[in-house]
Design a protein around this ligand. Structure first.
Ligand code: C2E
Ligand code: MG
Ligand code: MG
Ligand code: MG
Length: 281
């Protein structure tokens, strides 16, 4: 009964408040407790090398399992965490867990060459990305070359000198740098030559329209040719159909990621996938 009353007054309260500020308020406190209660979990999506057919690396994708709401997608909570100033804390948690996971896999004899971690643009100016990584590498005895950081162009806009310095320091640790969602941002191509970028990830919105849509396929093939000319490693994201994979393979795209090969997996599901892959390769 009292619970019901509570719910009623909550409804009234909710009605009197603007939905957005209510969301902000409740999300902020729920974020904190979610971190403390272990509601966040890393999923892993393998990237397939198109030449060898083998797993090239895994991307860490954050999942939030809320006890009441179920799975909340990062597309929803990452922008909110950024807005609430909680993203650096969350990214730091991911970095710690990712390095711990690499150490565990090593002990289990599971060879994961590289783990890719997404980092928010805010993390380049706030927080101390370089020292966070340095400590995590030391703590779990992981090598820098086992880590790849995925950044978007928004990291560099209005922030170029600082970004350049931070990326240089990350490179000194042996970490590789991927430019995520390529083609959707400002696409200022000078970033590709002025910053120490190793990997280009073509945004799924381009891949979705190949090979049929004229214009789009030309853009994708130009991106791949440019990346190769610049000696960048190029990855196609969001590959869902065999025709897309064949098209990418013909153009010499290095790797692909998408549901066609494998969806993001829990740690246990990845262990099964790894065993199955090992048996067939
Ligand atoms: P992203 O880094 O570009 O990650 C790729 C997204 O595409 C993932 O969505 C993945 O599940 C999804 N995806 C993979 N294959 C396919 C496919 O074949 N088709 C389609 N339609 N989608 C596919 P997810 O996991 O929902 O993550 C969304 C975004 O949230 C990520 O985009 C990334 O920007 C951000 N994110 C995820 N985890 C983290 C994290 O730990 N830290 C930060 N800062 N951001 C994160
Ligand atoms: Mg990414
Ligand atoms: Mg992204
Ligand atoms: Mg992406």
């Amino acid at each position: 009964r009292s619970k019901e009353l509570g719910r009623n007054s909550f409804q009234m309260y909710k009605a009197s408040m603007n939905a957005r500020s209510l969301e902000r308020l409740s999300m902020q406190s729920r974020f904190q407790s979610a971190l403390e209660n272990g509601e966040f979990e890393l999923y892993f999506q393998p990237l397939k090398c198109l030449a060898s057919g083998r797993v090239m690396s895994l991307e860490c994708l954050l999942r939030w399992q809320d006890p009441n709401l179920g799975m909340i997608s990062p597309g929803q909570f990452i922008p909110l965490a950024e807005e609430l100033g909680l993203i650096v804390k969350l990214d730091e948690w991911v970095i710690d867990r990712a390095c711990a996971q690499l150490a565990t896999w090593y002990q289990q004899g599971c060879e994961v060459r590289r783990l890719a971690i997404n980092v928010s643009a805010q993390h380049l100016t706030q927080g101390d990305l370089v020292n966070t990584l340095k400590s995590a590498l030391e703590k779990y005895d992981v090598m820098g070359r086992q880590i790849e950081l995925e950044l978007t162009e928004s990291c560099f806009v209005g922030n170029f000198q600082k970004a350049k310095k931070v990326l240089g320091e990350l490179k000194d640790l042996g970490i590789s740098i991927a430019l995520d969602d390529f083609g959707t941002g400002y696409s200022a191509l000078s970033y590709l030559t002025k910053l120490p970028i190793d990997i280009l990830k073509i945004d799924p919105s381009f891949i979705a329209k190949i090979p049929d849509e004229y214009g789009n396929s030309e853009v994708v093939s130009a991106i791949i040719a440019m990346a190769k000319a610049l000696k960048l490693y190029v990855v196609a994201e969001g590959v869902e159909k065999p025709e897309q994979m064949q098209f990418l393979q013909k153009l010499g795209c290095h790797a692909m990621q998408g549901y066609l090969y494998c969806k993001p997996l829990s740690q246990a599901a990845w262990a099964r996938f790894y065993q199955a892959e090992k048996l067939t390769s």
